[in-house]
Design a protein around this ligand. Structure first.
Ligand SMILES: Nc1ncnc2c1ncn2[C@@H]1O[C@H](COP(=O)(O)OP(=O)(O)OP(=O)(O)O)[C@@H](O)[C@H]1O
Ligand SMILES: [Mg+2]
Length: 423
């Protein structure tokens, strides 16, 4: 069989297995059967969102599972409560750079009886009117001239939090606003905060859940102090190893694959609490096992899966590592250093700990002062990105918390290479 024919046969087997519906590294979970852990957070979200006057700010590192948690909780659990109580809809909106305060609330406003755009309009309009209609045109939405003129007269306050709050206050429902960190203008974040405060003051049944990447809640609310009482902050931490293990074991079981204990432990270790990497590595392991008609997943499959996972990883991680390695002398020594650093499994680490790890993993004895110098070099900028941050004298952390997992995936083969070199 030719290589192309073989690839097609493999692809068909993989598609038929359904594995790509079980391990989904690039999309949030939206089925309860694939959602693991987070029991406390689910309870907290339900408790807060069903309490009068309270709204939610869900924040945390990139890829930690924010959207999956919010969507699963709202879509699958709250939907049931809402149906039972005959309450309102769940709205979901992912913000992007072109969004402003006035574009975030179109769907609920329409349901509240505000006529923003009518369906069936097919003419694009040259328009020089309100901010809201300009955005519609900028985003390529289609509105007729007649409609726009009506909107122009009646929608002039779409930019005003108090006008919007007044229209929404009698609506029942939940609005999930995801990727709030992409709103570039802090004025828009301030208006959102104001809207939340007003809805809370009205004791409205319309609730908002803000979701975004941030280290502190302030980054997403532009430091609006007066909403502290009505906006409950939920900081989403990384998943526990126990819950990561559940993703591996349940997913593998559902497609009839059996990973060895060693393979499971390695996947859990590499994931470092980021479910994205768990899904990515499990997907690649399963695909290889399907191609090779194997039901057991052993170390050889995992090693090949890590090579494929590295190629499929996010380009920002790839390019910042690449930039650094291209601009540094002795790149191989830095690779080993980074691998040992990643295996420290700590948020902040000191050069002494890295020295010990290099010795434990590769039998290398390098003076602490040399390691400190190299760690310091890695905290410099390489084409606008730095791999490490210096958090205190002699103390470092990775600037992207996902980097240690990516390094373990990408440099995994160094373990075998250094072993065979020392023989
Ligand atoms: N509780 C969970 N159980 C199983 N898999 C999960 C869980 N939470 C997230 N995942 C998986 O982890 C990956 C990242 O999840 P998600 O997109 O929800 O993260 P995020 O924090 O919203 O990411 P981003 O910061 O990029 O928006 C996805 O592959 C998703 O399927
Ligand atoms: Mg998300």
């Amino acid at each position: 069989m030719s290589d192309i024919q073989q690839s097609i046969t493999d692809e068909v087997k993989i598609i038929k297995s359904g594995v790509r519906k079980v391990f989904t590294p690039h999309i949030p979970i939206n089925q309860l059967e694939h959602f693991f852990g987070r029991d406390e957070e689910v309870k907290r979200i339900i408790g807060v969102i069903t309490s009068p006057g309270l709204h939610i700010l869900l924040f945390g590192d990139r890829g930690v599972g924010k959207t999956s948690l919010a969507k699963t909780t709202c879509n699958l659990i709250l939907r049931k409560i809402n149906e039972a109580l005959n309450k309102g809809k769940i709205y979901s909106k992912s913000c992007d750079r072109s969004d402003t305060f006035s574009t975030l609330l179109h769907k609920p406003l329409t349901d509240a009886g505000v006529s923003i755009f009518k369906s069936g309009d097919s003419k694009r309009v040259k328009y020089t009117g309100t901010a809201s209609a300009n955005i519609a045109v900028a985003k390529g939405e289609l509105v007729s001239e007649h409609e726009t003129n009506i909107n122009h007269r009646s929608q002039t306050n779409l930019d005003s939090p108090s006008w919007v709050a007044d229209k929404l206050k009698d609506l029942d429902g939940i609005l999930l606003l995801d990727e709030v960190d992409t709103l570039s203008n802090s004025e828009d974040k301030r208006k959102l905060a104001e809207l939340i405060k007003l809805l809370s003051d009205f004791d409205s049944g319309f609730k908002i859940i803000l979701i975004g990447i941030a280290k502190t809640a302030n980054e997403l609310t532009a430091g609006h102090k007066s909403i502290e009482r009505c906006l409950k902050e939920i900081h989403l931490e990384r998943m526990s190893n126990e819950d990561i293990k559940k993703i591996v074991l349940n997913g593998m079981k559902s497609i009839g694959k059996k990973p060895s204990d060693d393979v499971v432990d390695k996947i859990v270790n590499i994931s470092s609490g980021f479910p994205h990497f768990t899904h990515l590595i499990c997907l690649k392991c399963s695909e290889i096992a399907i191609e090779q008609n194997k039901s057991h997943i052993e170390e050889d499959i995992l090693n090949e899966a890590l090579i494929r996972s590295s190629k499929d990883s996010e380009s920002t991680l790839l390019s910042s590592l690449d930039n650094m390695l291209r601009n540094i002398k002795k790149p191989n020594e830095y690779k080993l250093l980074l691998l040992a650093t990643s295996h420290c499994n700590k948020k902040d680490f000191r050069s002494r700990e890295v020295v010990n790890k290099l010795n434990e993993l590769f039998g290398m004895t390098i003076p602490s002062s040399t390691i400190n110098r190299r760690l310091s070099r890695l905290s410099e900028n390489f084409s606008d990105t730095n791999i490490l941050n210096k958090t205190a004298p002699g103390c470092y952390s990775f600037s992207d918390p996902r980097m240690p997992s990516f390094i373990k995936i990408t440099f995994n083969s160094l373990f075998d290479e250094t072993k065979s070199n020392s023989l």
